[in-house]
Design a protein around this ligand. Structure first.
Ligand SMILES: C[S@@+](CC[C@H](N)C(=O)[O-])C[C@H]1O[C@@H](n2cnc3c(N)ncnc32)[C@H](O)[C@@H]1O
Length: 197
């Protein structure tokens, strides 16, 4: 998938022009995971709406994407955020040390190939501090056949099987707020990297 070309072509049906309502809801319902000042990464941040919401909530937030075009648009849309955009491949992260307290996942997990999910987890583990959190809203019913995508569908069971060997489940919920059309198709889970990992 040539993500940069899709942004250049304006072919970005995933972009709803604002942060996911799930994140706004979580900031209210579970503020203990989104403390002001914590270093946070949004992988596959696209046009940066979630980065803006998190940064405005006081988190020290960075948006990472493989698409320079997406990041340039994000830079122009949110100039007040400053130098928070990281052009990098999630699987080849230049950042190798565990410096992040939180990763916020939103439609990156479903964008990559299902066989790359373990590599995503490996990258997340590499950059998260011990005791850090991987919080995500997962698209669990994309309406596509298995192995057809993106977005590639997943299930709660698949996510649990993928994460639980490496993380402890701290919280899960069904969001009551979603983008129109994503209602009842999302699952929130927050995973803690063990202190001894
Ligand atoms: C479906 S879009 C979601 C974008 C954004 N999270 C949103 O909800 O609008 C997936 C994003 O992941 C990015 N992406 C895909 N593979 C990536 C990789 N290997 N490393 C970094 N970003 C990647 C794409 O460029 C794209 O912006």
């Amino acid at each position: 998938m040539d993500w940069d070309q899709r942004y250049k072509d304006g072919d970005k049906p995933w972009d709803k022009g604002s942060a996911t309502p799930v994140l706004a809801e979580l900031l209210t319902q579970a503020p203990e995971y989104f403390k002001p000042g914590i270093k946070t990464l949004v992988p596959g941040c696209g046009l940066g709406h979630d980065v803006s919401l998190l940064k405005n909530a006081g988190l020290d937030t960075y948006g990472l994407d493989i698409s320079e075009t997406a990041l340039e648009t994000a830079r122009q849309t949110y100039p007040e955020l400053g130098d928070v955009w990281i052009a990098d491949d999630l699987f080849e992260l230049k950042e190798k040390s565990p410096s992040y307290d939180l990763i916020w996942e939103h439609t990156c997990y479903c964008a990559i190939l299902p066989e790359q999910r373990k590599d995503y987890i490996a990258s997340a583990l590499r950059i998260l501090k011990p005791g850090g959190y991987f919080a995500g809203v997962f698209f669990i019913n994309t309406g596509k056949a298995p192995n057809e995508g993106p977005p590639f569908s997943t299930t709660k069971q698949e996510i649990i099987e993928t994460f639980s060997p490496h993380f402890d489940l701290a919280r899960e919920s069904k969001p009551s707020q979603s983008y129109p059309g994503r209602e009842n198709r999302e699952w929130v889970s927050i995973w803690r990297k063990p202190l001894n990992a």
